[in-house]
Design a protein around this ligand. Structure first.
Ligand SMILES: [Zn+2]
Length: 103
């Protein structure tokens, strides 16, 4: 009987390769943790409620960027804040929503 622990760990997370959020050129290794639900019990007065807790998917950088030299720490800050650093994207979004784009 074989138990493949490797498969099991892939259920909740996987290691993916993605472009560096800073320079968009270098490849970085990222641990992608999938969104999940867990339950927590809250005791309110007389009845006990089960409250589902949603855990958002998150990314964690596992390597530094070889192109621009940004560190895992800096990548993780971007992932946590969910910010896009590209101003081009912002211009594009503004154009799509019909706003004047003078930067
Ligand atoms: Zn980079």
């Amino acid at each position: 009987m074989f138990i493949n622990h490797g498969d099991y760990s892939n259920i909740m997370s996987e290691i993916i390769k993605m472009k560096c959020p800073f320079c968009k050129e270098g490849d970085i290794k990222v641990l992608h943790i999938k969104a999940s639900y867990s339950e927590t019990r809250a005791r309110a007065a007389s009845n006990t409620k089960t409250i589902p807790v949603y855990h958002k998917a998150k990314e964690e950088a596992l390597s530094d960027c070889s192109k621009c030299g940004k560190t895992q720490k800096e990548m993780n800050r971007i992932f946590r804040e969910g910010k896009q650093v590209s101003c081009k994207d912002a211009v594009k979004r503004a154009e799509e929503s019909g706003l004047p784009t003078k930067f």
